[in-house]
Design a protein around this ligand. Structure first.
Ligand code: NAD
Length: 278
C-alpha cells in the first residue's frame, strides 16, 4: 500500500502509524507519507499538482485534511454518497486512472457511537458545532437513529444551513438551529450532547455548553481528542453521565480509509492500540 496525508500543520498526525502498523500486521508492505503542504519544498505546489504526482507515483490513495477537504472535490471523478451528502472528502481512492472521494469521518463517528454508546436514547440530541466536522457528525447521528437534532453554533447561519442539509439528506431526522442551551429546557432537554466545536482543545480550553445544562441522565460525546479527556467529558463523567471520547472517531475514520485503500478489512482494536501508543 502506498498512501499519504495531505494537509497543513499535520506533522504530528497519528494516522500514518495506524496505517503502516496495520498493514505490517497483515503482512502487507506499506508506505504512508505525511505530505505537509506547510513544508518549504511544497509551499509553491498546488493541491492539483499533488494529486497528479501521487497518481503518477502509483499511490493507492490519499487522506485529505484541513484546509483541503472541500477544495479537493473539484479534482475528483466521483464521490461516494456520504461524501456528496456532507460536501467534504477526507479520503481519495486512486484506482484505474480514476479518483473517487469518500468521507470516512461520517462513518468513523457513527461506528464509534454504535460501539461506545450502544443502547442510549437518541430521540433528541444537541450537536454543538456546525463546521467541517460537525457536518459529518450530524449525518452520522442521523444514521445512528437520532430523530430530532438541535444544532448550536456561534455562527447561527451555519447552524441553520446544516439543519437544512441534514433534513434534505436524511429525511428521517428533524433538525433545527438553536440560539443557546436555554432554548432546550424542561421536556425539551436532549438525551445526549455532542461537541464538534474546537472548545476543549488544549489550545482552546472551555466548553461550548454550560456545566449546569449537563444532566446525569444524558450521554455526552466529544470529538476533540487532544486532550483525551476534555473539560466537557470530565464534567459529564463527574456528574455520572456515560461519555464517548473523540479518539473513536479518529481511529474509525482510519479503519475505513485502510479498507478503501487496500480492499482488506482492518482490525479496529489493533489500530486503536497503535493510536493509544503515542
Ligand atoms: P471548524 O472550524 O470547521 O468548525 C467549528 C465550528 O464550531 C464553527 O462553525 C464555529 O462557529 C463553532 N464554534 C466554535 N466555538 C463555539 C462555541 N463556543 N459554541 C458553539 N459553536 C462554536 O472546525 P472542524 O474542522 O469542524 O473541527 C472541530 C473540532 O473537531 C476540531 O477542534 C478537531 O479537534 C475536532 N475533530 C476531531 C476529529 C476526530 O476524528 N475525532 C475529526 C475532525 C475534527
Amino acid at each position: 500500500m502506498l498512501a499519504g496525508l495531505i494537509g497543513r500543520g499535520i506533522a504530528l498526525s497519528r494516522t500514518p502509524r495506524m496505517h503502516m502498523e496495520e498493514a505490517a500486521a497483515q503482512g502487507l508492505g506499506a508506505v504512508y507519507r505525511i505530505l505537509d503542504m506547510d513544508e518549504p519544498a511544497r509551499r509553491e505546489i498546488t493541491l492539483k499538482t499533488m494529486l497528479e504526482s501521487a497518481e503518477a507515483c502509483g499511490f493507492d490513495g490519499l487522506n485529505v485534511t484541513y484546509p483541503y477537504k472541500i477544495e479537493v472535490i473539484g479534482l475528483l471523478d466521483e464521490l461516494s454518497d456520504n461524501a456528496r451528502a456532507v460536501g467534504a472528502v477526507n479520503t481519495v481512492v486512486l484506482r484505474d486512472g480514476r479518483r473517487v472521494g469518500h468521507n470516512t469521518d461520517l462513518w468513523g463517528f457513527a461506528e464509534s457511537f454504535r460501539r461506545g454508546l450502544a443502547g442510549e436514547a437518541v430521540e433528541h440530541v444537541l450537536l454543538a458545532g456546525a463546521g467541517g466536522a460537525g457536518v459529518a457528525v450530524a449525518h452520522a447521528l442521523a444514521d445512528c437513529g437520532v430523530r430530532r437534532l438541535s444544532i448550536l453554533d456561534t455562527d447561527a447561519a451555519r447552524a441553520a444551513q446544516l439543519a437544512e442539509q441534514v433534513m434534505t439528506n436524511r429525511p428521517g431526522t428533524v433538525a433545527g438551529a438553536v440560539p443557546s442551551t436555554e432554548a432546550l429546557s424542561g421536556a425539551d432537554r436532549p438525551d445526549g450532547i455532542v461537541n464538534a466545536t474546537p472548545m476543549g482543545m488544549a489550545k482552546l480550553p472551555g466548553m461550548a455548553v454550560p456545566a449546569s445544562f449537563i444532566d446525569p441522565a444524558m450521554w455526552v460525546a466529544d470529538i476533540v481528542y487532544f486532550p483525551l479527556e476534555t473539560e466537557l467529558l470530565r464534567t459529564a463523567r463527574a456528574k455520572g453521565c456515560r461519555v464517548l471520547p473523540g479518539t473513536g472517531m479518529a481511529v474509525f475514520q482510519a479503519v475505513r480509509a485502510f479498507e478503501l485503500f487496500t480492499g482488506r478489512p482492518a482490525c479496529p482494536d489493533r489500530m486503536r492500540a497503535t493510536f493509544d501508543a503515542f
